[in-house]
Design a protein around this ligand. Structure first.
Ligand code: HPA
Length: 271
C-alpha cells in the first residue's frame, strides 16, 4: 500500500461522483439490505476500483455505494475483506483509508458474530464497547506506517463514546435490545472449538467474529470516530455446542438486520 495507490483509488471514485461523503458504513455478512435506504445511489464494484482488493466470498457482493441516508452523504461498503480470504492486514483496511481520504468524518461498522456471553441470544444486537485483537497481527505493522500517521496508536478508548451512547439512546427509544460488550476478533475461517469458546469467555469476550478489529485500529490511526454493532447470529455455549450452520447464521443476520438499519439510520440523522 502506497500513498500514490490510495490517491489513485480516491481520484477514481471522485470522478464517479463520490463527492465529499460525511459518513462511512461497513456492512457485515448477511447485512446488505441497508443499501436499500440509500437515496440517489451511485454504485461501483470493488473490482473496478484501481488498487482495491477483490471480494472472493460469494455472499459478499463487493460494492461501494455512494448516496444519502438521513440527509447525510454516505459511502457504504457492501461486503468487506477478511483475513481468512488470504488478504494482508493492509489490504482489508485499505477501503477504510480510501473512505477517510474521500472525506468521511465518522465510521459505522457492523458484523455478524457469535454470542460468547450466554446471557445474549441469537438475533440480538450488541454494541461493541471494546475488543480483543486475537488475529495475530496489526494493520499498522508495516514499514512505512509513519507516512500515514503515528506508529504507536492509543487504544484506550477505541470506540467513540458519543456515537455509542447515541446508538444506545436510539435502541432504548425504539425498543431494540442492544447489549454492550467486548468483541474478540479471530482469523477464521473455521469456527471455534468448544475449548476455544471457553477460553474466549474467560478472556472477557462477549462476542466473537472474524472482522472489524483491524478496521477499528485503522480508524483510530486516522483519528476517525468509529462505532460498531454486532448482530449475534449464534450462541456459542461450549457445553451444548451444535454443528455450525452458515446458512442459519446468514438467516439470523437477515432477520435482525432491520433493527441494525434503524439504529444506523437514526444515528446518522443526529449528525
Ligand atoms: N465465531 C466466529 N465468527 C462468527 C461466529 C462464531 O461463532 N458466528 C458468526 N461469526
Amino acid at each position: 500500500m502506497t500513498k500514490k495507490q490510495l490517491e489513485t483509488s480516491v481520484q477514481f471514485l471522485k470522478d464517479k461522483g463520490f463527492d465529499a461523503p460525511e459518513v462511512g458504513i461497513v456492512l457485515g455478512s448477511g447485512l446488505g439490505r441497508m443499501v436499500e435506504e440509500i437515496q440517489n445511489p451511485r454504485v461501483v464494484h470493488y473490482h473496478n476500483i484501481p488498487f482495491f482488493p477483490l471480494a472472493t466470498v460469494e455472499f459478499h457482493s463487493g460494492k461501494l455505494i455512494y448516496g444519502e441516508i438521513g440527509g447525510r452523504r454516505v459511502v457504504v461498503m457492501q461486503g468487506r475483506f477478511h483475513l481468512y480470504e488470504g488478504y494482508a492486514f493492509t489490504d482489508i483496511t485499505y477501503p477504510i483509508r480510501v473512505m477517510h481520504l474521500l472525506g468521511i468524518k465518522r465510521l459505522l461498522i457492523s458484523n455478524a458474530a457469535g454470542a460468547i456471553n450466554l446471557g445474549y441470544r441469537k438475533g440480538d444486537l450488541m454494541l461493541v464497547e471494546d475488543h480483543l485483537n486475537l488475529q495475530g497481527g496489526s494493520p499498522l505493522a508495516f514499514k512505512t506506517v509513519s507516512e500515514f500517521g503515528e506508529r504507536f496508536v492509543d487504544m484506550s478508548c477505541p470506540y467513540n463514546p458519543e456515537m455509542s451512547s447515541g446508538l444506545e439512546a436510539i435502541a432504548k427509544a425504539e425498543g431494540i435490545v442492544l447489549h454492550k460488550g467486548v468483541y474478540a476478533a479471530v482469523v477464521g475461517p473455521q469456527l471455534e472449538t468448544r475449548a476455544e469458546y471457553r477460553m474466549l469467555g474467560r478472556m472477557g469476550a462477549d462476542a466473537v467474529g472474524m472482522s472489524t478489529v483491524p478496521e477499528v485500529i485503522v480508524a483510530n490511526h486516522l483519528k476517525l470516530p468509529v462505532a460498531a454493532v454486532s448482530v449475534l447470529t449464534d450462541e456459542c455455549d461450549p457445553d451444548h455446542l451444535e454443528p455450525v450452520n452458515v446458512a442459519e447464521i446468514l438467516e439470523v443476520a437477515g432477520k435482525a438486520e432491520p433493527k441494525l438499519v434503524t439504529l444506523f439510520k437514526k444515528l446518522i440523522e443526529t449528525f
